[in-house]
Design a binder for this molecule. Sequence first.
Ligand code: GLN
Length: 196
Amino acid sequence: MVRAGVLALRGAFAAHAEKFVALGADVVEVRRPEHLTDLDGLVLPGGESTTMSNLLVSSGLAHPLAEAIASGLAVFGTCAGMILLSTNILDGRDDQISFSAIDATVRRNAYGRQVDSFECDLSVTSLDSPFHAIFIRAPAIEELGSGVEVLASWNDAPVLIRSGRIMAASFHPELTADTRIHRLFLDLVESQLAVR
Ligand code: GLN
């Protein structure tokens, strides 16, 4: 059984946990460094990336999590979680954490300035019908490194990306009943387990 962690410091973590339970994974709510032990994959949920950054430091998770990512943990960042994974953060706070796990430049609240929240149907690579996506004060992906694959775009901008064992979404795939994007992440985790 895959052990899927969900960073549970704050934000939309419970809905991610429900998705993994529905898909038959063993779920670990990650609040302290010892919770990182033996994880196969981890979700960094949405919320507020600057607050999550503060909580990562005060919980003592920032360093062990950076080490786990560097040593091969599969991670899926959604919204604020995507911001934490990206190499370059625009309109961020100077001291906010970036794990630099995916070669992407993201701009915080870029969709939020026009409308705080919106929904749309996305065509996603390998899914045979559209995925209904919910964006909440979402970050925009403005640039990508050459090794990053775009799995879905909206208005010509990438909104779901993957590089190796790292996935990131501008939107909140945990807020609809559809489990297919969590399934894609578990497939990625399982493919990593197979080569470990
Ligand atoms: N705007 C938030 C941030 O900058 C992200 C929003 C979200 O996760 N829904 O952290």
